[in-house]
Design a protein around this ligand. Sequence first.
Ligand code: SF4
Ligand code: SF4
Length: 267
Amino acid sequence: MEDIKKLARELLADNKVQLVLGFENGTANRVRPAFFTTPEAVDKLIYNEFCIQNIALYLKKDICQHAASLAITANPNVVRSILQLAAENQIKEEKIKIIGITHEGKCVGLLDFKAAEEFSKTQPKGLKDEDKALIEKIQAMSLEEKFDYWVEAFSPCIKCYACRASCPMCYCGKCNVESNNPQWIPVAPHKYGNMEWHMMRAMHLAGRCINCGECNRSCPVDIPLNILSYMLSDFVLEEFESEAGLSAVFTPALSSYTMVDKENFIK
Ligand code: SF4
Ligand code: SF4
């Protein structure tokens, strides 16, 4: 913890960054994301086992977009998000310093995206045992069973869009669900309209999701959205040898085409 604070203070004191994005204590024993703009303010910076929110999300918000330079405390999920956002031309390397934090909580200064890429390759993805068990269960189903499973899984969705709001890769200024002329996705939550919303979201994230699990964690009705994204990522890796969050120079599989692409999935 002291290593993280020391690095953050130095970056601000040496005017290498204008702000540091990290966590502080909130109310009711909770932690919350916070922005620190002076070395003294860094006294309030914390990092502990509760700091699990993927704060890379804030890199697309005005406060970060308008800062000339910034640093961010970044666990493996955040580092993967940064690399993917860079690969999609959403953030620039010269503007950001990464205070890396390993999955064991060790602080590692990542001087550039090359170092972030090396870091990302060595850090495990945090799939929980129950996630792995659910993936195995779904993979064993027939196509029809899978379809029925997801229709049922999405049926409690109330379309609050917390999953979209918490996802660092859902950064479009205007989302398709807000379009009412034509209205692609029905506003009211009901079985088949929900399916359209989630299929659209899953396809937009296919091969871009960095598997942080925030969508599932923020869902008030506990829909396993991260499992769907994970399974799609796995499919994209198998078919296109392409994996998000490992490199800042990367074209998502669904945004590119090569003459040697396998087409065996087109039926
Ligand atoms: S796991 Fe969910 S929140 Fe995280 S990048 Fe993937 S879709 Fe977005
Ligand atoms: S967070 Fe859950 S309930 Fe809200 S839109 Fe997403 S899936 Fe639906």
